[in-house]
Design a protein around this ligand. Structure first.
Ligand code: MN
Length: 316
């Protein structure tokens, strides 16, 4: 079975690299750190390479061990977490391509099974939740540190247990952690409610620009590089903006464009019936039914028109 193969590869490997998707969220960071700590407990040293670490997750155990790049050309084993495609590894895919053995652990239905061994569960609300099964299989005890990282992944990807993806096991696991003395309410507050000043400033601009299309069923907004500069934004400071549109009464799809080096990165969220992963797949992206994204290498006006027109086709 896949997990036996993965465990065998971990045991064999002398050098391991942990990777995740670009623009990492709480699930990406939490899963990576949980794996890092688990490997350490198994007597395995590993590198986590994340070039664009959002500052709100700096409180996580071992977050200071995350590196932006590595001198090691070829790792024996690469473990990729929470990442649907090789393309989403973006700037640091070379560590993946060069490694001798490749493992992916993920919960995206759009995962392309690009590893030698792929452990995918699209029913799991977070990659971090899959790790509970994986680590228990490896005989790793879920310590307070590991639990904190896993819970961070679960809380962010379930929007604080609010999405329909939240499974009964999700609550059971949270209850277990609470019994173990993990400060669930503190993690919740840090992850869900604490915003950087720059995030707040970006949010203000995005809300100010928000447009409603198709009788208010589509909400659209954007931020530019200039906004980032003027607000002193760093990686991850745009988190939560797309949800602002989604939370407005009558909105089915919220679209948020964010300027990146080449064009715009689109984030989509839906409420009831639109599969936004389908929309994003049209532009080479993907994700989940209610949350997905894609890159659009074109000017703002063009990106806006294309993504809105595509979305309109799904609106009832
Ligand atoms: Mn995830």
């Amino acid at each position: 079975m896949t997990l036996d193969n993965i465990l065998e590869e971990i045991k064999k490997a002398n050098s391991i690299v942990i990777l995740t998707h670009e623009n990492p969220d709480g699930d990406a960071i939490g899963s990576s750190l949980a794996m890092y700590i688990a490997l350490k407990s198994m007597g395995k040293k590993s590198d986590i390479i994340i070039p664009d670490m959002p500052r709100i997750y700096n409180f996580l155990p071992e977050a200071d061990k995350i590196i932006k790049q590595s001198d090691i050309e070829q790792y024996d084993l690469a473990i990729v977490l929470d990442c649907a495609t090789v393309k989403m590894l973006n700037g640091f895919s070379k560590y993946f391509e060069n490694s001798k053995v490749k493992v992916t652990i993920d919960h995206h239905g759009t995962n392309t099974m690009y590893g030698d061994f792929n452990y995918i569960n699209p029913d799991s609300p977070a990659c971090a939740q899959i790790l509970i099964t994986v680590l228990e299989y490896f005989g790793v005890k879920i310590t307070k540190e590991i639990g904190t990282c896993i819970l961070t992944g679960i809380i962010t990807d379930t929007g604080g247990f609010q999405y329909q993806t939240t499974a009964p096991e999700t609550f059971e696991f949270a209850a277990d952690l609470l019994r173990k003395g993990i400060n669930v309410s503190e993690i919740y507050k840090r992850v869900m409610n604490t915003k950087s000043k720059a995030n707040f400033e970006l949010r203000k601009r995005a809300i100010d620009r928000m447009e409603f299309i198709e009788d208010g069923k589509i909400a659209f907004t954007y931020i530019t590089k200039k906004d980032n500069e003027e607000t002193g934004s760093e990686a991850g400071d745009y988190e939560g903006i797309v949800e602002e549109g989604r939370n407005i009464e009558g909105v089915e799809v919220s679209i948020f464009l964010r300027e990146i080096d080449k064009g715009y990165k689109a984030s989509l969220r839906s409420n009831e019936y639109v599969n936004v992963s389908d929309i994003c797949l049209m532009f080479g992206g993907g994700g989940h039914v209610r949350a997905a994204g894609c890159n659009m290498q074109m000017p703002l006006e063009q990106a806006k028109e294309k993504i809105i027109n595509q979305t309109k086709m799904y609106i009832k």
